[in-house]
Design a protein around this ligand. Structure first.
Ligand code: 5AD
Ligand code: SF4
Length: 426
């Protein structure tokens, strides 16, 4: 979602006549699009901001902006006001469309401008957007989150869940298709509850059916699905609709029922495993990916063993693994039974070992098979090689004599590593 928002900033800047700078030193405008899900990302932002003080002194006309969900945390904005007075503008996550007017205000007034809404507003539509990829696009279908997992800052900074109107989503998909996009990835904190805030009665699986009818769009992906809300109708839509990719991102977070309860996740290990079995039985060849966190407060070795057990049983194609990070203002941050750093790191390492083995094993199963791959064009590092993805979202690097960028082509898989596959065109 952050990347999608960055594309909106870039789109607006381009329409205002800005062009990309060769590097930071040569820029006249610098915008940091921040994330506050984990502390590390926040620390980096302050590091970057501190490093820019000198440049701003040399180039007083340089404009520095900070945007993104970190700016929805009042104490962060206070820190900027006190310790980073060289920041010219601050934008909240619901003020993205106000970038042009905020720049104008800053240029016409000699003071920093802070533009952050803290309550939910209307969803702005039709913003210009500069895509990073010619053939694939992010498409946000909803904003905010109502789930309040006890470790997570997102509901506090992104506000309550709200869905975009079906007609707006379809318009955007049609526009993208006309612009050459073949693959869209629908984005939402919990796509399974799409439509709940709309007057029109519609759910996520119906949205998938509607989007499948858009000519030109050949592949539809989505994330994230919360296990507590996964419905049979979604699994059925995935198995019936050819355009919907055979890939489900299903965050586990933890394997222990006790931890899951304290995380406020509303499912058990057994229920999670049942969903996996059901999805796999209905969608042959399904790729499963997940988010897993270690070191939640109070997590014992036994609890962690349950997480490892799920990872071993499911054998995820890929897992995004995280060390629990204290987020001020969330219930888990208040707990006194925080896990020592060393312990967290050791669990993280043990989880990676299990997961890396699973990723490699899953990828090896592709060797010798022929897959449909959306050719995304030449690899950035080697122009003899094309790169693309399978329906199951595996990265494939392959040699091709013809220029088939933007097409879905057949590739025979010849080799596999934990992160990507290699192949040759058929
Ligand atoms: N610490 C570590 N990881 C977190 N995530 C969310 N909040 C935290 C936190 N406080 C992870 C979850 C989520 C992913 C996007 O980030 O696993 O699914
Ligand atoms: Fe955070 Fe939970 Fe909402 Fe995901 S579902 S954004 S983890 S509160």
């Amino acid at each position: 979602m952050n990347e999608n928002e960055a594309e909106k900033y870039t789109g607006m800047l381009e329409m205002m006549g800005f062009v990309p700078a060769v590097d930071m030193e040569n820029a006249d405008f610098i915008l940091f699009n921040t994330c506050c899900v984990r502390e590390n990302a926040e620390l980096k932002v302050f590091g970057h901001l501190g490093a820019l003080k000198g440049l701003k002194r040399e180039k007083p006309w340089l404009l520095i902006a900070v945007a993104g969900c970190m700016m929805q945390e009042p104490h962060m904005v206070e820190d900027i006001k006190k310790k980073h007075k060289h920041v010219d503008l601050v934008l909240g996550t619901q003020n993205i469309h106000e970038l042009p007017q905020t720049i104008y205000e800053r240029l016409t007034r000699e003071k920093s401008i802070i533009n952050v809404y803290d309550t939910e507003r209307y969803i702005p539509e039709g913003m210009p957007l500069k895509r990073e990829h010619p053939y694939k696009a992010w498409l946000s279908i909803m904003y905010g989150c109502n789930n309040f997992c006890s470790y997570c800052i997102v509901p506090h900074v992104r506000g309550r869940e709200r869905s975009r109107e079906l007609s707006d989503i379809l318009d955007e998909a049609r526009y993208l298709a006309e612009d050459g996009v073949k693959e869209i990835t629908l984005l939402g904190q919990n796509v399974n509850s799409y439509g709940k805030t709309l007057e029109e009665k519609i759910d996520f699986s119906e949205l998938l059916y509607a989007l499948s009818k858009v000519d030109g769009i050949q592949r539809i992906r989505f994330m994230t699905s919360h296990p507590k809300d996964i419905s049979n109708s979604l699994i059925m839509a995935m198995s019936e609709l050819d355009k919907v990719c055979k890939h489900l991102h299903l965050p586990l977070q933890a394997g222990s029922d006790k931890v899951l309860k304290e995380m406020n996740r509303h499912y058990t290990k057994q229920r999670y495993l049942e969903i996996v079995d059901f999805a796999r039985s209905k969608i042959p060849g399904l790729a499963l990916t997940t988010d897993i966190m270690v070191g939640f407060p109070g997590e014992t070795e036994q609890d962690f063993a349950e997480t490892l057990d799920v990872a071993k049983r499911v054998e995820y194609d890929l897992a995004y693994t995280f060390i629990y990070s204290i987020r001020k203002g969330t219930p888990a941050a208040e707990r006194e039974d925080q896990i020592p750093e060393e312990e967290k790191k050791s669990r993280f390492q043990r989880l990676l070992e299990v997961q890396d083995a699973a990723s490699l094993k899953k990828n090896m199963e592709y060797i010798g098979k022929t897959e449909f791959v959306l050719n995304e064009g030449k690899s950035k590092t080697n122009s003899d090689i094309n790169t693309g993805r399978t329906d199951t979202n595996k990265i494939v690097n392959f040699k091709s004599k013809e220029d088939t960028a933007g097409q879905i082509i057949k590739v025979r898989i010849t080799d596999a590593g934990a992160w990507s596959l290699e192949g040759e065109t058929v």
